[in-house]
Design a binder for this molecule. Structure first.
Ligand code: GLU
Length: 317
């Protein structure tokens, strides 16, 4: 009996000491991936058979109506009647469209552009409701009428012009590469034997998928940052605007290499609303000439360098 009790104590002792940590925790516990991460194997088919067009020529604006006096029957009058503009923006791209974690407000360069449109309709830049959209949600949200405009790092392309309309160019960005410091990668050429992360539904995906060994797509650019931090990707490749925001959020990362694409941002508008396209172009024209554009650049984008001249408008009629 005594012997049995001793054995039990020994057994308990062994249990409480437990096996060595290496026996229960696998040495290479895989960190979870962001939701909806998937590996992309080839360029989307649309990239191959893309229609050609003069993508950055938009519709010439007439004189802007006074705020609060939108022409009867116009798309702007409907927005005015509702009492607020509905703008699709990002909440994940620091500097361009992001949620300020102190105030809970969505802020950034794109957000200020959307506010200027609201100000032109209402005389009040606060009369805007922001709907957060991912890269892939931009076109469906415009097509369903869930938003009046999309102001979200959206490149004007001939492909997209099949589905939605665009304002004139309000910002000229270009695609680059973000890596962990000391990665040895110095630009897009260095991705040939590496993994890259992009947002699904972005032009960035099509621009890089055939230049990297492996491409993973995720819903948001911040998902890519998490994957880079966890060592699940070697690089992120997208517009310099978005990468500047990610680099500012993580000092262990750096932007490398030259721009290898032109990304001309336009305000997305549902098809068939010519009056709204012309109105937005009038707002952008005014922002360019009265110094508002440079002021907004100075507020958000100085990490990209001193304010350049705003893009020159091009019109097709
Ligand atoms: N400008 C690119 C695009 O429109 C990338 C930016 C983004 O996905 O937010 O797809």
């Amino acid at each position: 009996m005594r012997r049995l009790a001793l054995a039990a104590v020994l057994l308990l002792g062994a249990c409480s000491a437990g096996p060595a940590p290496s026996e229960v925790v696998p040495r290479s516990a895989a960190a979870p991936q962001p939701a909806n991460a998937s590996t992309v194997s080839a360029a989307p088919s649309s990239a191959a058979g893309a229609p050609s067009c003069d993508a950055t020529a938009s519709l010439r604006p007439g004189p802007l109506p006074q705020a609060g006096q939108m022409p009867a029957g116009s798309t702007m009058a409907k927005i005015a009647q509702r009492g607020r503009l509905i703008a699709g923006v990002d909440q994940n791209s620091f500097l361009m469209g992001f949620r300020n974690s102190f105030t809970g407000e969505i802020e950034g360069f794109d957000v200020d552009v959307a506010r200027q449109i609201a100000k032109a309709v209402f005389g009040d830049e606060k009369k805007v409701q922001f709907k957060v959209v991912t890269s892939a949600e931009r076109i469906p949200m415009l097509q369903s009428g869930a938003v009046d405009v999309v102001v979200r790092t959206m490149t004007i392309t001939c492909d997209r012009l099949e589905d939605v309309d665009f304002s004139q160019v309000y910002y000229q960005a270009g695609q680059r590469v973000l890596v962990r410091r000391n990665s040895g990668i110095t630009g897009v050429e260095g991705l040939a034997d590496r993994r890259v992360c992009v947002a699904s539904g972005s032009t960035s995906l099509g621009n890089v998928v055939n230049r990297a060994k492996t491409t993973v797509s995720v819903p948001n650019w911040t998902d890519c940052l998490v994957m880079l931090q966890q060592g699940q990707t070697d690089a992120i490749s997208t517009d310099d605007t978005i990468l500047a925001g990610l680099a500012a959020q993580d000092p262990y990362t750096e932007v490398v290499g030259a721009r290898f694409t032109d990304e001309s941002y336009g305000v997305g508008v549902p098809k068939g609303q010519e009056d709204l396209v012309r109105f937005v172009n009038g707002v952008l024209e005014r922002m360019r000439t009265d110094g508002t554009w440079s002021g907004i650049y100075g507020r958000w984008l100085t990490p990209l360098g001193p304010a350049p001249a705003p893009p020159v408008a091009r019109y097709r009629d």
